[in-house]
Design a protein. Structure first.
Ligand code: HSE
Length: 403
């Protein structure tokens, strides 16, 4: 039997405890031995809960108990998650986490400590919730040169955008509903401003390239400026708007990486990824395109991925499984060099304004039921070129990139 501890009895931590209990036999069979929860660390009390008798408030109990071999970190944030995880690895315990902020900020160091101490630092649940993506990238696709990863990686924002698109909900009510359903981060800014997606694409690109990707270098734009009028245009064009995280390897060794709302058409594989679901496209140089789809957030799907990591740790209890990335830094291309078509909303009437907009190439002009504005689709331009021309042009209300 292997003893485990869970740090943080919130949405994910309580899900892990529930799965270990409900799927006890399944887990034992897969791991080759029973995984038994010994401690749950949390500052709060949970009277009447199934883990009442396992609750502790002092981390050193876990750190100093040699019987505990696997620790789940489900506290979120960096402090105290980072010092606690580091201490567990140094004490020779395996760690499984769902915390993308931790993995993106300290993954390089924690992977290295795990290697040196012959234990494992696993983080399948940190990207895509219950969707298997870290392990497929680390094992099944290792014979590939991964050229591109584009994903809808945040369930909360996808839920919000879907409600706005399909049901005409306001941004605020959709966000409240996502929070009620347990999808959103404690601080919704991490979701709606794209920071959560940014950390997730950084983790995926680090695995794809085998090098450290600094999430702070990834251009990130959230969905707070997306409005119902944008969706009116999108509908007229047979398109939708999705928050995507994207990483592409370039021929010069650099990686283009960004997080932004993207207009995509009905034939794009991510178009059908709705509600809280996530979808991740991975392009390999031999494989072509594969897609990974499923529940990207929520208690049991995410906890299921954590439990799978615990099983993997139990199966390799004396050995570090090779995965992750090294400390060499992956260079990120400046955002100004990335090229897109642009959907541009303009104030005024096309007759008067179009002659002044020729620098954008004018591939298409779109009108909705408004006397005050219209929109154009530009030619393919670099971000730097777009910025320069937009600064000179009059009446630009909004710009959204188009795939
Ligand atoms: N807040 C995150 C999301 C949770 O909505 O996707 C899963 O990482």
């Amino acid at each position: 039997m292997m003893k485990a501890a869970v740090m943080g009895y919130g949405t994910i931590g309580s899900g892990v405890a529930e799965i270990l209990e409900k799927n006890k036999e399944v887990v034992a069979k897969a791991a080759g031995q029973e995984i038994s929860l010994k401690y749950v660390l949390d500052l709060r009390e949970f009277p009447g809960s199934p883990v009442e008798d396992k609750l502790i408030h002092d981390f050193s109990v876990i750190e100093q108990d040699p019987e505990v071999q696997i620790v789940v970190e489900a506290m979120g944030g960096l402090n105290p998650a980072y010092p606690f995880v580091k201490a567990c690895l140094l004490a020779g315990k395996h760690v499984a986490t769902s915390n993308k902020a931790l993995v993106a900020a300290y993954g390089t160091e924690l992977l290295e400590i795990a290697r040196k101490n012959h234990v494992n630092f696993f983080f399948e649940a940190s990207v895509g919730g219950g969707i298997p993506i870290i392990r497929p990238l680390s094992t099944c696709l290792t014979g590939e040169k991964i050229q591109e990863i584009t994903g809808i990686l945040n369930g909360t924002t996808n839920f919000i955008l879907t409600k706005m698109d399909k049901e005409g909900w306001s941004f605020d009510s959709a966000l409240k509903e996502a929070q009620r359903l347990g999808y959103a981060e404690q601080n919704p800014e991490a979701d709606v401003e794209g920071h959560d997606t940014c950390r997730k694409i950084a983790i995926l690109m680090a695995i794809a390239t085998g090098m450290e990707v600094n999430y702070e270098e990834i251009y990130t734009e959230g969905i707070t400026r997306i409005s119902d009028t944008d969706f009116q245009y999108a509908e007229k064009m047979g398109m939708s708007i999705k928050l995507v995280g994207c990483g592409k390897r370039k021929d010069d060794g650099m990686v283009s990486a960004y997080v932004l709302p993207l207009m995509i058409s009905r034939d794009h594989p991510l178009y059908m990824v709705s509600d809280v679901y996530n979808g991740i496209l991975v392009k390999g140089n031999m494989l072509g395109t594969t897609m990974y789809y499923g529940s990207g957030a929520g208690k049991l799907p995410t906890a299921s991925a954590v439990v799978a990591d615990m099983i993997e740790a139990a199966k390799h209890s004396k050995q570090n499984v090779s995965m992750g990335w090294c400390s060499r830094k992956q260079e990120i291309a400046p955002m100004g060099t990335n090229e897109f078509h642009y959907f541009i909303r303009i104030s005024g009437q096309p007759e008067g304004m179009l002659p002044k907009l020729t620098a954008f190439g004018l591939r298409e002009v779109i009108s909705i039921d408004s006397q005050d504005e219209f929109a154009i689709i530009s030619k393919k331009m670099s971000e730097a070129e777009l910025k320069e021309e937009a600064a000179k042009a009059e009446g630009i209300l909004k710009v959204i990139r188009i795939e």
